[in-house]
Design a binder for this molecule. Structure first.
Ligand SMILES: [Zn+2]
Length: 269
């Protein structure tokens, strides 16, 4: 009889204990699942934009160079240190291509859209990457679209003109939401670094931008659309165009090169 009482009272003590443990286990399981799901979604949708990521570090550094907030010496030293990290990150990505041929940066257009005669728009004299927004010269090519009424739509198709990535690489900086009160010359621009060729591609005066810092892009991928952003591209006196520059990194120092012949031979999209 005694033993029955004891067993019966043990049952009463055990039941709440088991129940309590079960609830705790369930809560712990729920919390860990929540943590895993949150981390996984963060990794899936925000793979970059964090301190310590070389692409984002490059973006932050470029803002300082653009806005003359860093000395040339310090900026160059930091660029030199960042390049191998960018390359390392690129080599670990799913896309590690190096192509000889460029894709023409405007979909539906070809070399006849390049301003000047035989590439005369390329005027690198006086240009220095580290002068940022105050740079001199014109170290690239303007590539014009058919847009008489300056609505940034192709007069022939009535649609925006796609800016395609000329090569594979990594988006290392961009500017969004340019407004006419902004002094930024490039307006809405994108920088893509190709670690395989140690080149920086600069696309300026865009309307929409469809990539983000840290994105790995393939040749032919759409980066955005041609627009009229930037202090010199915005006024009516300027026909709608893409400003396209290629820099080659010489020991970490981005120096402009003339891509005219490569654009002439480029694959058309
Ligand atoms: Zn230009």
């Amino acid at each position: 009889m005694d033993s029955l009482v004891v067993r019966s009272s043990e049952c009463f003590v055990m039941k709440p204990l088991i129940l309590h443990s079960a609830i705790r286990l369930a809560v712990e399981l729920f919390l860990s699942t929540l943590l895993i799901v949150t981390l996984a979604s963060f990794c899936a949708f925000s793979p970059v934009l964090s301190q310590g990521d070389p692409a984002f570090e490059w973006h932050l550094l470029y803002l300082k160079i653009r806005d003359s907030q860093i000395s040339r010496e310090e900026a160059l030293a930091r660029l030199k240190a960042l390049e191998p990290l960018l390359k390392d990150r690129y080599l670990k990505s799913w896309n590690r291509k190096s192509e000889d041929r460029l894709t023409f940066p405007l979909r539906g257009y070809g070399p006849t859209a390049i301003g000047g005669n035989g590439g005369s728009g390329y005027q690198p004299k006086g240009y220095d990457f580290f002068d940022g927004n105050r740079h001199k010269g014109h170290p690239g090519h303007d590539i014009f679209i058919r847009d008489k009424n300056q609505d940034s739509l192709d007069d022939g198709t009535g649609k925006p003109v796609e800016v395609s990535s000329v090569s594979s690489g990594m988006v290392v900086s961009l500017n969004l939401n340019w407004e006419s009160s902004s002094p930024i010359r490039g307006g809405n621009y994108i920088w893509v670094f190709d670690p395989m060729k140690s080149r920086y591609y600069y696309y300026a005066h865009l309307n929409e931008i469809q990539v983000k810092v840290g994105d790995i892009v393939s040749r032919r991928d759409s980066l955005g659309t041609v627009g009229r952003t930037g202090i010199k591209a915005h006024p009516k006196s300027s026909p709608t165009h893409l400003h396209f520059v290629v820099h080659e990194s010489i020991g970490g120092y981005p120096k402009p090169i003339n891509p005219y012949q490569e654009l002439v031979k480029a694959e058309r999209k």
